[in-house]
Design a protein around this ligand. Structure first.
Ligand SMILES: [Fe+2]
Length: 296
């Protein structure tokens, strides 16, 4: 049995105080937005409760679905690295970037590059997609985070990533691996409004349908959702997670949560069960919210 925890969009708080020169771009709007509304939604005590419960479940691996930070400030990248280290270190944790992690262009050395150890293939392979293997379970990480104009949070997946993904899925599928694809943006058309959607969602859907996968995990919309994508090798559960720091409890699908996937081989089939754990109300305890068999 292999257990994977998927947690997304922590949007780490508190936000470091930006210097004036750091706000001379799209960050200014983002900062005002943070002060006006997002600051009240993304609560650090909520995230800390979610993480504590997740670590108590002792997952074999943790997948973080992007948007660790908010405005791509230098101090945020450093703070997020410390937070990742607190989850268990690069051997135990994988990360894909979200749009907020690429909010404005930032030098790699002082930006996303700080998280490289969490986004690196175990085998000789540079960049995205990365591949991490745990016996017959394979995790493929895509990078869809790009800087966008104000009021947009769309994602991009270039041709190189798409074709490398298809090749990896085909090779891994031929050897009966359990293939997990991790990305920030919803991978299928229709799961996000156009200003916020992955531009290449049609192409990615087609790659997944042709090559197959056993599980696809995303974040971005801050909504718990399950979609089944018909594929040549069988239906693929495509699962979106809400923000793990969400203190918005008006809708069950938007409250803070993470998902645990228990994966095991039974005879010639894979069995995968999902357990959602999270909060039902502010100040409550983290409890089991949902349990269902996804395959096998
Ligand atoms: Fe987000």
């Amino acid at each position: 049995m292999f257990t994977l925890a998927h947690l997304s969009d922590p949007h780490l708080a508190p936000l470091p105080q930006p210097a004036l020169h750091e706000l001379a771009n799209k960050r200014l709007l983002g900062y005002l937005n943070w002060l006006r509304s997002r600051k009240a939604i993304h609560a650090r005590p909520v995230l800390d409760d979610i993480v504590k419960d997740m670590l108590e479940q002792s997952p074999d691996h943790i997948a973080v679905g992007g948007d660790l930070i908010n405005l791509a400030l230098g101090q945020e990248f450093t703070n997020a690295l410390a937070w990742l280290d607190s989850l268990g270190g690069p051997e135990r944790v994988s990360v894909v970037p979200g749009n907020h992690d690429a909010y404005v262009p930032v030098e790699r050395d002082t930006g996303l590059g700080l998280w490289d150890a969490y986004m690196r293939s175990q085998v000789e392979r540079d960049g995205f997609p990365y591949l991490r293997r745990f016996g017959k379970v394979a995790l493929i990480g895509l990078n869809t985070g790009v800087p966008t104009p104000p009021f947009f949070s769309s994602g991009r997946l270039d041709h190189d990533q798409l074709s490398a993904l298809e090749k990896l899925l085909a090779e891994l599928g031929a050897n009966e691996n359990f293939r997990i694809v991790l990305l920030h943006h919803p991978p299928l058309p229709g799961l996000a409004r156009w200003r916020h959607a992955l531009r290449e969602a049609d192409a990615l859907r087609d790659v997944l349908a042709r090559a197959g996968a056993e599980l696809v995990l995303y974040g971005h919309t801050h909504i718990q959702a399950i979609t089944l994508l018909p594929a040549r090798t069988g239906d693929i559960p495509v699962i979106g997670a809400p923000s793990a720091s969400s203190a918005s409890f008006a809708l069950d699908t938007r409250s803070a949560r993470y998902n645990l996937f228990r994966i095991q081989r039974n005879g010639d089939r894979w069995h995968c069960e999902m357990t959602g754990r999270g909060l039902r109300a502010r100040g409550g305890a983290v409890t089991e919210l949902e349990r269902l068999v996804l395959s096998g």
